[in-house]
Design a protein around this ligand. Sequence first.
Ligand code: FAD
Length: 388
Amino acid sequence: DPVHAPVVIIGTGLAGYGVAREFRKHDSDTPLILITSDDGRSYSKPMLSTGYTKDTSASDLAQLDAGSMARQLKASVWTMTRVSAIDTANQVIKVGDTETAIHYGKLVLTLGAHVIQPPIAGDGMDLVYSVNDLLDYDDFRTAVHKNGVRKVCIIGGGLIGCEFTNDLLNGGFEVEVVDPLAYCLPTLLPEPAGRAVQAALEAKGARFHFGPLVTSVNLAEQGVVVGLNNGETINADLVLSAVGVRPRTDLAAASGIDINRGIVTDRLLATSAPNVYALGDCAEVAGQVLVYVAPLVAASRALGKTLAGEPTEVVYPPMPVTIKTPACPVVVAPPAIGAEGEWQIQADGQNVRAEFRSAAGDLLGFALTGDATKAKLELQKALPAILP
Ligand code: FAD
């Protein structure tokens, strides 16, 4: 019976719970099922990299458990349950390796992104952590506290690496960071802005190794020894790998749904399969892969209406990203891939105002550090929409 066929959402991150909440604003009757391979606790993922600065444990970060979310959403929430296949012709999903099959009227994929595992040799891999969800966070914090850890080596000087560097320094730890590129946040910021962040973190005690790759992590008498491809070594108690994330596309691809960098959708968040939608970190929405909160909030609002029978395209306004490095605050609105223009940069110590402008003078992106972040609203107003 198509009228009563449930809406099924796979994933209970900010996108999964977000779209469930938006859908319930417009439709309180259609059965709603959320399925997650984790424990279904609701939490704000950006808080994972401010744990020492704000002194929060994993249980502090968990806002509500799966049962409370189910009641609030008038939904059933299946936890610790992996969806293993989607039969898009019959509108059925398979759960785990059991025979359990669930029919869906509409299916929403909010599968998130997985961390990239750099190729590293050695017998110390058990001491290499990555923090991409609440369960990872709990493991990492437990490891940090259990072993009398004083020094952490971070692989990657991008957004997550720099945020954890600042946070661990605030927690009283020593931090050394390795990144093959030349300065902090190299894929997001022009060099003077990245150097400002680097200088601020160094002033708090961080040490950076720019240029080399980490190639090995081996157990030492105490902690590990991290080997770099320039011959240097770093001794540390633990390693945190933060080299970036990739949209989770394997389930969709195996089910015959179109993928590119992410699960491909149009502006209705519709995938190539009928009645299957995607949003959040796993999705490539009209060509945009944006692994941040603001885009998934905009997408949740639009899809909540679409699922309730009012087809609504997503609009992406300008969405600057705030990077949580309190030693040197950063706000960045990267220019679109392939945008033509040049950086115009004013720097005064830690305060860098960088504007990316076209030949005609139009603002296409910006990067601000330190006190220059005060210009955020003014510049944001002058930016073009990402998806008008
Ligand atoms: P996720 O939260 O990853 O949810 C994915 C869900 O899918 C999970 O419930 C998982 O269990 C489930 N799942 C996956 N595969 C299956 C399967 N086969 N079967 C069943 N369930 C499955 N963004 C910002 O905008 N600002 C910030 O300051 C910021 N800081 C960040 C700091 C850190 C440390 C990290 C890691 C990210 C940060 N981000 C930030 C990014 C932001 O947190 C993410 O963009 C957002 O949380 C993604 O939400 P999501 O729901 O798409 O994915």
